[in-house]
Design a protein around this ligand. Sequence first.
Ligand code: ACM
Ligand code: ZN
Length: 702
Amino acid sequence: MNVLRNLFALSTAALMLTACGEKKTVKADYDVIPKPLATTNVAGEPFLLSARTRIVYPAGNTKLHQNADFLASYVQQATGYAPVVTDNAKEKANGNIVLSIDPAVQNPEGYILQVNSDGISLKASTEAGIFYGIQTLRKSIPAKAENSAIEMAPVTIEDAPRFSYRGVHFDVGRHYFSVDFVKKFIDYLALHNQNRLHWHLTEDQGWRLEIKKYPQLTEVGSKRKHTVIGQNTGEYDGKPYGGYYTQDQVREIVAYAADRNIIVIPEIDLPGHMLGALAAYPQYGCTGGPYEVEATWGVFDDVICAGNEDAMLFLEDVLDEVVDLFPSEYIHIGGDECPKTRWEKCPKCQDRIKKEKLNVKNGHSPEENLQSYVIRRMERHLNGKGRQIIGWDETLEGGLAPNATVMAWRGMNEGVTAANMGHDVIMTPTSFCYFDYYQTADTSEEPLAIGGYLPLSRVYEFEPVPSNISDDKKHHIIGCQANLWTEYMPTEQQVEYMLMPRLAAMSEVQWSDASSRDYAQFLKRLPNLIAMYDREGVNYGKHIFDVSVNYTANTDKGVLEVELSSLNPEDQIRYTLDGSAPSAASALYTAPLEISEDAKLRSAVIRATGASRTLSQDVQISKSSLKPVQSVSEPSKSYAYNGITSLVDGLKGGRNYKTGRWIGFVGKDVEMVIDMRGETEISNAKVSALVEKGDWIMGATG
Ligand code: ACM
Ligand code: ZN
């Protein structure tokens, strides 16, 4: 009897703790990613979001009905309950979430979110704006709030994106990804406020789009007999590989994306990167083939024959079906990495050059002008169907029609040149936007990637509007995007790993006001987004949980300053200098270290859940290390990194020069003066040079 009474008392207490049936209450946090334009705390009582909350949308607005359903499902992902969705206007006054269209909100993707004790009002001038307000609301709710009511402090958030083009490029040519995964990918884009999916559908290694008029494109062109192992090792995996999207599947994906305010921009990469097509229709190549769907990675000489009229008509036919499938105003026609080797020798191509008078001297070779002929011809064809083109920055070579948009990938300067010529530009330079690059300097424990070095912090530093562009041309920079080339991403898990959390950093570059960007603050806002990734089982990169390090060679003091940090300031960072593995018993990091002798630094964050990955750095001190140094000849701007002191900092460069451990000189002798601070006996002097022929980096001669 006693026991029963106690149980009863307990359950009554439990009921009294909850306002509306949930077991507990947790607080919303409006510090989301990407950071909204203006968040103003308001005095007053909080609003309690619970299973009794309704989401009210205007009767007859099917798109807002769908948005309300999205919000209900997002709340359910976090809490387990889905608020009821209704168009009953009477519910507006009852402490609910009210979605409404308000033409006074200026930016078509902007919104105003107001929370007070009476409820939540979300207004925008378009359904897209409401969608982004919903994304902010969803990210404000703690990711794991099972059976909880959400206490939402009164607030007004007025938000709008900085750029109108916010995209991610996804290469499904090198590796094919299922329709379900492409949809999941689109969900990831929506979570990060993206509005474009640049879908790279055709490649040397596989043609992935069904074209009814040319069935061999997928029958033959989507399949390769095997795939090279590693970085073009010459060994193959022995497994046939293939996959493509039917036109019905494409329509399904386009609609799925549109529901989430994402426009799918298809890319048919022409006239290079076409071995998938040529394997299927060899008559459209200069030599006539035979060709094979490529099984290695790189840039290949066999391209579409620009002198063959049938090949041009073939491309136009393909684009006709593309236009029917994709409502996007912009169609990407590639134009990158098209070697001219075959065209130089092909009678048909040379004939076209003569007939079209492409051998004019305009600073470009006749074959570059021939490429421009192909691009302009395809552009004219698409313009005739009411569409515009996007091309990679090589399309500038030889001239481009004025309304073409340029995607600058080789560098920011290509984008500046295009903007100065009056083209709209999407910035996607390798140095900040190539998410196929490694995200950590120590790649010993990383899955194989193409190379490069693009940590989260560097993505965050990206400024898409460079200072060397004049004010009257800035408006041509319409946005930026992350590029995901998938040579080294054979699985969905690997795609997720390379995409997140770097997409979180990119989303803030794309969306948030430039003046509000602050990396330390961003890291503080990241944990709830990470918790969402965890909840959804995303295989994101975990590097943020490792020790971060900053080295400064202080040549005045003759020391290497080593600053260690981690995501959570409460984390305990442990380190050793003798190469032994750091443990809970190792020295606790409390202030920057000063190293002036040989050391083997090892460091890790020791958490209750286990240790982070270990940071490993050997420091090798020679007589010249940490001595003042001056360069007589300046390093080349593109390879200057942290400047001349990196040559005396005691830190050796590895194979990957993009980590900034090397500096490069172009066209001049390397001359520098090291102040040894007194007479010093030297028995030998050593200088190292890196050779990376693929990147045109050659060794030094003495
Ligand atoms: C590119 O990365 N080839 C555009
Ligand atoms: Zn040809």
